[in-house]
Design a protein around this ligand. Structure first.
Ligand SMILES: [Mn+2]
Length: 334
């Protein structure tokens, strides 16, 4: 599908489904709802479908109440995907990232449009806006509106959504991925009515006390530095999550605490959840956690932030990591 063909398609009313990766984050929900607010202005019928629930600090996003969560409304989600005439897939690039929706999206007759910034996109989309240098998918939704020659439709609702994803995916404008283009986009979003301090507070000052206590426990009792390596390991068992009344999102950000320690180049967080081990990696400098996780922990993501998983126990997974990581020692001391 060429750009012209996509423009022509969007010139006619369509039944559109926008979907995003499982356990959606600020960029996933911001880009999906931002695109939603754009497309409804072009007279399409649009529904955002997520595989599962997402953190409550994103529930203020405009029209959040219209999102269909497949884990709660599986039949409705399946029907929407089957009936769609166009499917947007946002903030992921491999259908395995949408879990139970993957089969439905794969089998759907509608052409797929990918808007994403992760490395190594797979090849399922008829039209791809894939830019691995972009700060966020939200930044690319802005670019997409420009490509469709409709940036004039940017309104306060779109701006709030896109600002949210840029904010969260750049670590509050900190990472190198936050470029001059990102700041130019943000300038336009603020001009369109974004109240920056308000959004910062809604996103970051929204902790519940269980989350604070879980973070405190993890840092005080479960975080350690590997001997002679600038590597921090933190882990939590499912029993520990239960003890702190775990809710989705409550362990997010623990991995960043490790990276905040002077001299640390790699922080790894292991958590036992839903009968499997989920891993988060964050690095500083040249150590590429996307490649590392792809090779050893069937994951991936970005050069300095990636996820992974493991089928063996939490204890075994950490042992594996501790065995593998010294073979990379030279990369930390360049
Ligand atoms: Mn993203």
């Amino acid at each position: 599908m060429t750009l012209e063909q996509l423009q022509a398609t969007l010139a006619q009313p369509q039944h559109i489904v926008i979907t995003t990766h499982k356990s959606p984050d600020g960029d996933a929900m911001g880009s999906s709802l931002g695109l939603y607010h754009f497309l409804i202005q072009l007279n399409h019928s649009v529904t955002v479908v997520t595989p599962n629930e997402y953190p409550v600090n994103l529930h203020w996003l405009p029209n959040n109440d219209k999102v269909v969560i497949a884990a709660q409304q599986s039949e409705k989600a399946a029907q929407l995907i089957a009936d769609a005439t166009l499917i947007f897939t946002l903030d992921f690039n491999n259908l395995s990232r949408i879990d139970q929706l993957a089969k439905l999206v794969e089998q759907a007759s509608a052409p797929k449009v990918m808007i994403d910034h992760h490395l190594e996109p797979s090849n399922y989309a008829a039209f791809m806006l894939s830019d691995t240098t972009a700060s966020s998918t939200c930044e690319l939704v802005y670019v997409f509106m420009q490509m469709m020659k409709h940036i004039n439709l940017l309104n306060k609702q779109i701006a709030e959504c896109l600002y949210t994803g840029i904010l969260t995916d750049t670590g509050c404008f900190k990472y190198y991925s936050c470029t001059d283009r990102t700041h130019a986009v943000v300038s336009h979003l603020v001009a369109a009515g974004v109240k920056n301090q308000e959004i910062h507070e809604r996103i970051f000052d929204a902790d519940n006390i269980n989350r604070k206590r879980l973070h405190g426990y993890a840092v005080a009792h479960k975080m350690y530095k590997m001997e002679n390596l600038p590597v921090i390991i933190t882990s939590l068992t499912s029993a520990e999550l239960d003890e702190y009344n775990y809710e989705t999102g409550n362990s997010d950000g623990i991995v960043n605490v490790g990276l905040g320690i002077s001299g640390v180049k790699l922080s790894a967080f292991f958590v036992e959840r839903d009968g499997a081990v989920k891993i988060s990696f964050r690095s500083k400098g040249g150590f590429n956690v996307n490649e590392f996780s792809r090779k050893h922990f069937s994951g991936g993501g970005h050069a300095n932030a990636a996820g992974g998983g493991s089928e063996v126990s939490l204890h075994e997974t950490i042992k594996q990591f501790e065995t593998i990581i010294p073979t990379y020692a030279h990369e930390f001391f360049e």
